[in-house]
Design a protein around this ligand. Structure first.
Ligand code: NAD
Length: 402
């Protein structure tokens, strides 16, 4: 992932005519923090925070708790956060954090200790105007609430602007839970509008009916009834109905703890591989990285792919699909709705305000639409893919060049 991120930035930088020295500077990481968290029972957990770039504002990026957290992956994700915040023209930089831990093997008390220790190690390097972490894989508002509390106890900060992704009761923003999916709907609509087909009936298949995927489908159902969901998957299986699936029925089923393998309806069960190869207009990837690779890129029949997960189409697959004329809406813009609303949460905290969900959604739309307009324009003027154009857009904002 680190190699891919660097290659994308290097290639975009070259297309913008930047010198090798300037490209090197873009890739340089400002600060890395590596430490170990030890619990009273002696268990030890390696932990990281990588602060890539703060040229545009405080560092911003999630903290993940996962047994496979790896330093290079955290570095890559920090670099991609810089690109994402810059592409969206947010006054923020990029960072990422992680702890090598399997939260499923720990009780709440141990998780709380790890969360608080993480903040104790980093307290001098984070804060509302320095570095504003957020939840990521396996971290949630409850964990962030512990972290904010620890930060407040240690520093006396009462703004709660030191972290985003808090529970709404503790200063979180309305609309954050749906933000990434909703932002994806705004972005896809702008792309389809540009193609002149947003009002036409179209079908889509959705890999990964989790937080992001389910909100994408629910918002699409209400805003674009002409977009027909025909397949949706979780990690085990996919449900498929060429006549259409109801997003709300699926969301209720999943929220009740269901697995699609037990979905007791008339829909067909298909594999995740089958879903990738369905004859649909749009393929929505909202599960994991590397969902489409050289192994299955040839099976893709959709004309459009929207990357709601981070890096769901790998380099080799990108090259194949790009040659075939498949249009890929890249992750750093397609899934940026979450960081946009994180920024809005920070703004509310620093001003001591509470915005309505309608206001948050309308601000989110404004940011997404502006980024999509600039992305489409740049892709046309440079005659390049949306993925390359997204990185070029980010770099232009980072270097403040027209
Ligand atoms: P989630 O855990 O809520 O949902 C993930 C979904 O993918 C689940 O339904 C899971 O069953 C499914 N899944 C897992 N492995 C799969 C596989 N091999 N094949 C098909 N489906 C599989 O996570 P989420 O918060 O919805 O995030 C989804 C993706 O979006 C992740 O890659 C995440 O990094 C990225 N992302 C999330 C946000 C956010 O705001 N949550 C923001 C930006 C990017």
């Amino acid at each position: 992932m680190l190699k891919t991120a660097k290659a994308l930035i290097t290639s975009a930088g070259k297309q913008l005519g930047l010198s090798s020295a300037t490209i090197e500077q873009l890739l340089e990481i400002n600060k890395e923090h590596q430490f170990e968290i030890t619990l009273p029972d002696g268990k030890r957990f390696p932990a990281y925070r990588v602060q890539h770039n703060n040229k545009r504002g405080p560092y911003k990026g999630g903290i993940r708790f996962h047994p496979e957290v790896d330093f290079d992956e955290v570095r890559a994700l920090a670099i991609l956060m810089t690109m994402k915040t810059a592409a969206l023209d947010l006054p923020l930089g990029g960072a990422k954090g992680g702890v090598v831990v399997n939260p499923r093997e720990l009780n709440d008390a141990a998780l709380e200790q790890i969360s608080r220790e993480y903040v104790r190690f980093l307290k001098d390097h984070i804060g509302p105007h320095q570095d504003i972490p957020a939840p990521d894989v396996n971290t949630n508002p409850a964990i962030i609430d512990w972290m904010v509390d620890e930060y407040s106890v240690l520093t006396g900060d009462t703004t709660r602007a030191s972290f985003t992704g808090k529970s709404v009761a503790r200063g979180g923003s309305l609309g954050r839970d749906a933000a990434t999916g909703r932002g994806g709907v705004f972005a896809l609509n702008d792309l389809l509008k540009d193609q002149g087909i947003n009002d036409k009936p179209l079908t889509y298949a959705l890999q990964g009916f989790g937080n992001v995927g389910s909100f994408f489908a629910l918002v699409a159902k209400s805003d674009h009834p002409n977009w027909q969901l025909v397949a949706a998957s979780d990690s085990a299986t996919a449900v498929y109905n060429p006549k259409g699936l109801d997003a709300k029925t699926l969301a209720d089923f999943k929220n009740g703890g269901g697995r699609f393998v037990d979905f007791d309806q008339k829909e067909q069960q298909i594999s995740n591989d089958d879903l990738i190869g369905l004859d649909v207009d749009v393929l929505v990837l909202a599960a994991l990285g590397d969902a489409v690779t050289e192994r299955n890129a040839d099976q893709v029949r959709a004309k459009y792919i929207i990357e709601l997960a981070n890096g769901p189409v790998n380099d080799a697959a990108f090259t194949t699909l790009n040659k075939r004329g498949v249009i890929i809406l890249p992750d750093i813009i397609a899934n940026a709705g979450g960081v946009v609303v994180s920024y809005l949460e920070w703004v509310q905290n620093t001003k001591n305000e509470r915005w309505s969900e309608a206001r948050v959604n309308s601000e989110l739309k404004r940011y997404m639409t502006r980024a999509m307009r600039d992305l489409l324009q740049l892709s046309k003027s440079k005659q390049t893919s949306l993925t390359e154009a997204a990185f070029m857009l980010a770099i232009k904002h980072l270097l403040d060049v027209a």
